[in-house]
Structure formats: C-alpha cells, structure tokens
Design a binder for this molecule. Structure first.
Ligand code: MIC
Length: 644
C-alpha cells in the first residue's frame, strides 16, 4: 500500500503493537528534549532511575522558561540542570541561548527521526520532517533511560497545500486558518501531515510555525516532507550531512483530508481567549492596541524577526504602544544583528529582550488592566499572560508589526501602501555560534549534582486502595486547559521542583479554595466536560492535584498528554459512558468506586461509580501496562517495583 510519511516513520520506529489508529503502540525515541520548567522534575525522575548516562542518540536540555531571577530558586534550578546535563551526557542550551524548539531546529533536528519533548510545542520540529511528540516529563525521562514511548496510534490527517502565500501573509495565518476550521479539539488523536505542491513554497521556519501550533489543534504531532527547502536549511546551518529526502508515496492514503490553497489565505487573528477563536484580521480592524510582542516559542526565527525589522525600518512605534521582540535564539538575533536589523528595531522604538519564552509563559510582559495585547505566541488561554481577565490576540509577525505602527489592529496588507513587502528569506549560510551550548562530556561520572533548598525529592504516592470513597472537589465545563489547572507565570513557575509549594496554586484562577477543600476531603475527584487538560504538557497539572489527594478525574473526554500524565501519577482518567451523567456530579457530593482495584486488575473497561443513590458507568481506556501503573499508585512506583 502507498504509505504516508507518518506511517513510514512510525513503522521504522515501531517496537510494539500494530499501526491501527486508536490501539496502543510503542515506538523507539531517537532524540529527547527538556526545558527548565518541565525539565527539573523530569531530571529528578531520570536520576531516580539510577542510570549513569542517557541512552538515546541525542538528549538536549534548554534553559528558556524560568529566566527571571527574582530570588535564588530559578538560578538554583539552572545550576542543577547544568550539572545533571554534564553528568548524564545531555546537551545543555544555556539561559539566554534560546527557546528549546528554535535551538533544536537550528542545531539538532534530523529528518525522519523521532523526538520526544517535555513540552507540547515539541512538534516545531515538523519543519525539518521530524516526528516530534510532546509528552509529560516522566515519559521523556523514561525515554532518556532507553525505554520506548507508548501512545495511542494516531490517525493521519493529510492536508494538501496548493498555491503560494500572497505578500503580507505567512505560516501563522495558515495554522490560524486550520484552527478556525478544526478548533482546539480537531486534531486530537491525529498527526497532521502536509503534502502537495504548495509545500515547496514554504520555508522551513514557516513550516516550523505551522508544526508548533498543531499542538493548539490538540494534534499528537505534525509533519512536513523533507525536500529541497529542508536541504537548504540544513546546509545553511552547516548540517547538510543530516539531510535525506522524505515524503509520502505518490497517491498515499490518509485517514482524513483537508486542503488549503495558500494563495487564498488571508491575514488571520485569534481573539481572546482561545487559539481557535479565529477571524480575519480585517474583521477586527481598528481595535486599539497597548502592547505588541513578536517572538518566544513561535515566530521567533530569522525570517520572522527580520520581516519585522524591515517593516519597522524608518518607521516609529505608535505612541501608547509598547512593542517587544523576544528572539527565539541567540543565533537568530546574531544573524538579524549582522544584517542591520537590531538598529532598525531600536530606531523604531522597539524593546529587544533576551532570547527565551518570557511573556509566552507569563515570565514578565504581563499586560496592564484592560489592555489589549497582540502577540505572535501560540496560546492565549485566559490569564496565561499573568493578568486576570487579559485580552490577548494571536497573529503573524506581519500583523503584529502593522499594529505596532498604526496603534490599532490593522490588516497588514495596508502596509503595502507605505512600503513594498520585504519578502525576507532565511540566510543561505547562517552566522553560526554554539557558545551558548555546552556539549556532553565523554565521561561525566565525576560531575557532582548541585541541588538547592527549593529542589525537593519527589513525594511518595500510595497504591490504589481496594475500594475508593471520595468527594467531588470541583465540577467544571469543557476545554479546561492545563493553565487553568496549574498556572504558570513568574510566581508559580519557580516552584516546579517543589511539589508541596506548587500544589497551593492548583486552580488558583478558577477557584482559589480548591487546594484547601481537596486536602480536607482526603480523597478527591475532579469532574469536567470535553477536552479536559488541553494545552501544555506540564505534568504538574497531574502531580500537584495528586499531592492534594485527587484520585480520579471523570470527564467527557481528555487531551492526550494530560491523560497520560494522570496515569503516570496514579490518578484514574475516567470518561462518562453516558455524557449526560455529568449532571449528577455536583461539588461536595460523596461518591464511591466499589471494588475498583480488582476491576482494574481484571482488565475491566467499565468502572461503576455510585453517586447519590445511582450507579453510573465510567470507562477506563488504558493499556495493560498503564493498569499496572495505576494500581501501583503511579509509573515511578511501578518502575521501582519492577526493577531487578
Ligand atoms: C506552554 O506553552 O504552555 C509551555 C510552556 O511550552 C508548556 C510547558 C510548560 O508548561 O512548562 C507546554 O506547552 O508544554
């Protein structure tokens, strides 16, 4: 049968299972990627496995999230991660060197390989034809220890691209158009594979933007073919030897199809406060803007930054607007600087920050009360910027620059009245500088791990009891994000290696009384609607509720990474068999799961729950290995019990 590219890569990496969508498979992992917000915990988990060195072809660790050093905590985490990277053979990208995704794209991504990263935006590597998947930190730590990665076999949605993007329109508009069509749930359980004649017209960095925000569709991953553009990019990075051509077979079959005529794509914008709340920029023109930010996790490459530089060249930022640029990497900034871009931005009144995630994860750059912020970031979930009730829009660098100049949301095609479209291309040969990367030592055994007082050992979680009695601690609606469950921002992020302290912030923006109620309940349950746990890969959205006593979450449907994280930390991920039963579960209700341990041991999919005198059925759809992990109280317990 003629195969699509995703199937070819999965087949080449398959360890267990068959490629039947929805069934469990395990695949070999070639590269792993950690960042500091999820990576401190993941590194602690790797250390707990007791291995002398990582067992993957290439492991990388970036320090890009927790860059503000308002006290010792983040600096201690950086020292811990640096020492651990040196000890275990991991490439370390230093603070200020760049966002993990951009740095990996430039220096490490290899077409055809599998990358597992503790960050939902890991599929940025789609731009270089890598099958890159976001996962919880523990899954990445296990991959670093040489274990295969298990996931439900995805469907493959083929998106045929034709035509060529018009001037003032770029990769961000393509993915926003897909979000408009398919919503934040539309990609769940799928890899989005791009093919067709339009692919060749897109730069690797535009492809990376589209791959990055495939995470917002809920997709398992995204992928582009490896072609001439891929070869040029790898050559420009001095890595031409990594190139190989890769594509779907002619006439390959996909589980689902969509098609985009690139020539017909218009400038798009996601309105507050969801990445799928997308309209044409022309529909919201005239809204006054207070803040514009270009860069961070996505749209922070040379092409994106230099496009903004050229647009701002000889212009001024409108009065009343604060325009920030967060370069994706030092390499991108150095190349922009070499081509005169830094001066263009400074003379226009733009503030240039260090390379890193910054405001994208709420590490600074929070907008003021009622202020409108336009960002090229991937997410605008409520409160994620750090400001309650924030009004954050997501757009392309072109649209961001137009708002910077005019002070109101403006269709960037109007810029054509004042200057020609810059049509910036990525450099043929980048200025290369790896001084921000510490390469692995041949033998790191003598390196001592440095820990600070905020780095606490992983808490003990007990095994699943025979019968479970619990209280409904909270009942929520659809599309609850991990930002709702476990907020980020500069106050909370430094606590990622201190579970007792971070647990006090669970559901902070939704219901500040949650932690106290959960602890008082002893055993607790969370009830919610569709797509529960969408967004980030942060496993703290499972660990911290578990620490507070949450033993089960019963919802209408789960997002993939969050469901896997719940199992990893011993929380039962249950789905209503009859979604209407959702109405029976009110906050404060006492419920019970009779004989739950035996049922799980026996492989039962239907788990009865008693609520207010009725018995309702919930479904536990997990692999047999995950059943063992749930019984043990989590994956770490299971791994420790089975270590011989
Ligand atoms: C995000 O965009 O939410 C992040 C920051 O990249 C996260 C990782 C985190 O929470 O540390 C992600 O998407 O996984």
């Amino acid at each position: 049968m003629r195969k699509n590219l995703t199937t070819k890569i999965l087949k080449a990496h398959l360890v267990e299972g068959r490629l039947i969508p929805g069934t469990d498979i395990s695949i070999n992992v070639d590269h792993t990627l950690l960042q500091d917000a999820t990576g401190t915990m993941a590194m602690l988990e790797f250390i707990a496995m007791g291995l002398p060195r990582v067992k993957v072809e290439l492991a990388a660790q970036s320090i890009d999230h927790n860059l503000l050093q308002t006290d010792y905590k983040n600096a201690d985490d950086h020292a811990f991660l640096t020492s651990a990277a040196m000890k275990f053979g991991v490439h370390l990208s230093k603070p200020g060197n760049g966002v993990s995704h951009q740095v990996h794209l430039e220096r490490f991504d290899v077409p055809g390989k599998v990358l597992l990263g503790a960050d939902s935006h890991t599929p940025t590597a789609a731009g270089l034809a890598m099958l890159a998947i976001g996962a919880g930190g523990l899954d990445v730590a296990l991959a670093m220890a040489g274990h295969s990665f298990s996931l439900p076999c995805p469907k493959v949605m083929g998106v045929r691209l034709t035509g060529k993007l018009p001037d003032w329109v770029s990769g961000k508009d393509v993915i926003l158009e897909l979000l408009r069509r398919h919503t934040v749930k539309g990609g769940v359980g799928k890899v989005i594979e791009y093919f067709g004649p339009g692919v060749l017209t897109l730069s690797v960095t535009d492809r990376a933007t589209i791959g990055n925000m495939g995470a917002e569709l809920g997709a398992t991953s995204s992928i582009f073919p490896s072609d001439e553009r891929t070869r040029e990019f790898l050559f420009s990075q001095g890595r031409g030897d990594c190139w190989q051509p890769l594509a779907a077979d002619e006439g390959a079959v996909y589980d689902e199809y969509d098609e985009i005529d690139l020539s017909a794509v218009e400038p798009m914008i996601a309105c507050p406060s969801s990445p799928d709340n997308v309209v044409k920029v022309s529909e919201v023109e005239g809204v006054k803007v207070d803040q514009v930010i270009v860069g961070s996790s996505v749209n922070s490459s040379y092409r994106d930054l230099m496009t903004v530089c050229r647009i701002m060249e000889g212009k001024r930022v409108a009065p009343g607007v604060h325009f920030h640029v967060n370069p994706g990497s030092r390499q991108a900034l150095e190349n922009v600087a070499q081509d005169g871009g830094v001066l263009m931005l400074l003379m226009a009144g733009v503030s240039i920050h260090q390379s890193g995630c910054l405001g994208c994860i709420g590490m600074g750059q929070a907008p003021g009360t009622d202020q409108i912020s336009l960002r090229t970031f991937p997410r605008n979930f409520p409160g994620r910027s750090g400001t309650k009730g924030d009004k954050v829009y997501l757009c392309s660098p072109e649209t961001a620059a137009a708002a910077g100049i005019f002070g109101v949301i403006t269709d960037p095609r109007k810029l054509g009245q004042i200057k020609p479209y810059p049509a910036v291309q990525n450099p043929v040969k980048y200025l290369l500088d790896d001084s921000g990367i510490i390469f692995p030592l041949d033998d790191g055994s003598a390196v001592e791990i440095k820990t600070g007082p905020n780095i606490l050992p992983f808490p003990d979680f007990e095994a699943l009891p025979d019968n479970l009695q619990a209280t409904v601690v909270i009942a929520l609606g659809d599309n609850i994000t991990t930002d709702h469950i476990m907020p980020a921002g500069n106050k909370v992020l430094p606590l990622r290696s201190n579970i007792p302290a971070i647990s006090e912030h669970v559901f902070e923006q939704v219901d500040a009384g949650f932690p106290a109620r959960a602890q008082a309940a002893g055993n607790g349950v969370v009830i919610a609607g569709e797509n529960y746990g969408q967004g980030s890969s942060r496993e703290h959205a499972a660990i911290a509720p578990r620490y507070l006593g949450i033993r089960a979450k019963i919802v209408k449907s789960f997002a993939r990474i969050h469901k896997a994280n719940l199992v990893n930390f011993g929380i039962l991920p249950l789905v209503f068999k009859n979604p209407a039963d959702f109405e029976l579960f009110k906050q404060g209700e006492q419920i019970s799961f009779p004989d739950v341990r035996r049922l799980i041991e026996n492989g039962a999919v239907e788990i009865p729950v008693l609520v207010g005198g009725c018995e309702i059925i919930t479904l536990l759809e997990v692999s047999s290995r995950q059943r063992q992990e749930l019984l043990a109280g989590g994956t770490l317990n299971y791994v420790k019990q089975n270590r011989h």
